[in-house]
Design a protein around this ligand. Sequence first.
Ligand code: LLP
Length: 670
Amino acid sequence: EQHTVLLGRGGSDTSAAYLAARLAAARCEIWTDVPGMFTANPRDIPAARLLRALDYDEAQEIASTGAKVLHPRAIAPARATQIPLEIRCTQHPELEGTLIASRPGYASAQVKAISTKGGVSLISMDTNAMWQQVGFLADIFAVFKRHGLSIDLVSTSEMNVTVSLDPSANALEPAVIDALLSDLAPLCRARRIGPCAAISLVGRNIRGILHQLGPVLELFEEQKVYLLSQAASDLNLSFVVDEEEAGRLVRRLHAHLFEGHDAPLELGPAWQDLFAAPEPHADAAAAADDRWWSRRRADLLLRAAAGTPRYVYDQATLQAHARHLTALTSLDRVLYAVKANPHPEILRLFAAEGLGFECVSPGEVERVLSINPDLAPERVLFTPNFAPRHEYADALARGVRVTLDNLHPLQAWPDLFAGREIFVRLDPGQGRGHHAYVRTAGASSKFGVEPEQLDRLAALAEQAGARIIGLHAHTGSGVRDPDNWLQTALFLIEQAARFPHVHTLDLGGGLGVPERPGQAPLDLLALDARLAEVRAAHPGFRLWMEPGRYLVAQAGVLLASCTQLKTKGDVRYVGLDAGMHTLIRPALYGAHHPIINLSRQTPRTLTAHVVGPICETGDTLGFSRRLPADTAEGDVFLLDVVGAYGAAMSSHYNLRGFAAEEILPTPPGP
Ligand code: LLP
């Protein structure tokens, strides 16, 4: 006898799994609105990566700790019958999905996902009755049972038991909690903590990889962790923290675990790379930005034919960015931080736009002045760090302005500074920036004089006969929050109180540009407005800034040629003739640069790691990038947003030679 049954929505995955089990199906495909399970919820973290393979236990754990892709109950019937479950995306059948099976290709211990559950309440119960007591836990758990409350995580010590109540399993109305607390009162001192969020790191044998989590656990340094629980199944490690802190923490955890160059190789593409790009060929960041090069493909292909790897800088973009900054009314001077890109043509162009220059070595000073012989030396600020004595002597002799970054020069070489006007770099205490290596303030940074030493600084300057006319601070690089420079300005103004001759405040550089899809640009007008208020309140000071990246990053692209293709295990590789010797930012900081195959406009359905020719595993320019499926040897690739710290940081490692560099002139107007 046959029955027709209607399978409702919201449960159809469980029904499908049961049917597959009954039919002893070879496979059960769940076609849904997302391609699979991800390393985090892509709505919160667009950089979340597709999980290509999970075993049943991992999938079950991810489903039950927060992800909504599959109902946790759908997994048991498949596991019992060992039927592989495959999640696929209805709207994008070309995308690979998540395969859930008992033997995924790689079963090593590793964190697979971060899940978050909000709205969690903790009940913390203090007692001195528990120590060597029989039945205390049974007594208090009985109270929870009486109130129909299901406990999720538990941690116990001699004096305290803390449990979490999962909102998806309980109706956590205040009245229910109040009744619970009053029934617990005779047994212990109970209180509610919340709202909290449970953040779980999910993966097989999580105990076996605790040592790898060292840097990840450091993220909890400033964080109150109410409860830490490691599942007996060894599949998850959960932290309960204040709910409002959870988003920030998860973003940082995710960046640490899944976005850097240490990210596991077998992860699939990032959500943002799959869905953020409207055009098939353009990378999301580029498309969002309407990048200059998308209108100059033909020119670029021609340039690539002259030889790759090759950096190409767009003159119009360089000029436009210089003018964005010279248009800011709150600034008296914009100095270009030459370290970002010392290409001679760029130095000439910026001098013509009226910029000054910030140099950190005699080589930079020499190049700026020899390219621009008419430039007044006082428009150059020399800001070295731990430089030898003779570099200061030479700079002063050339008439450029000099910034001291330590007390040492005044202490050890007072004669050098007698009768001189100098700047001093201060440490504002709190570093900012896109990576720990570029945060240049605070206790762990080697830069600047700390405020506690300013009396000593003033005394040393006085003894040497030097006059401190400028104060300087730079918090770090790649900052997109305009308040950063407001805070720096206020800090410097406060410190300037003890230096009567100070008339100039250099607020540093660090102006960030969007690097990953979905990042908002720095709001320059907001920056200008904040600094204008500072000026109005403190008209005695001139304000300077010294950006590098902002002026050049988006003007530059790197052209490279595809050398070889390879598949190893599950992982595809696309090789380029550019590598970490040409562009070290991905290897050094885990930086993200959009990578586009300029030669092909076909749909990007190949997921591959883009690597260079250098003999190091770190020589990867991009992980799991979406590329045209017909990518082939000889194709011209473009790496975007590389005008800053690209060529400037390249090396001759492996004796591979430097990339060519050139400026793409603005075509004559109509
Ligand atoms: N001023 C001082 C004192 C600096 O130390 C720096 C950068 C700047 C200005 C310019 O910062 P910018 O505006 O370019 O962010 N190689 C790293 C960046 C290192 C920045 C070092 N100092 C990167 O590729 O991101």
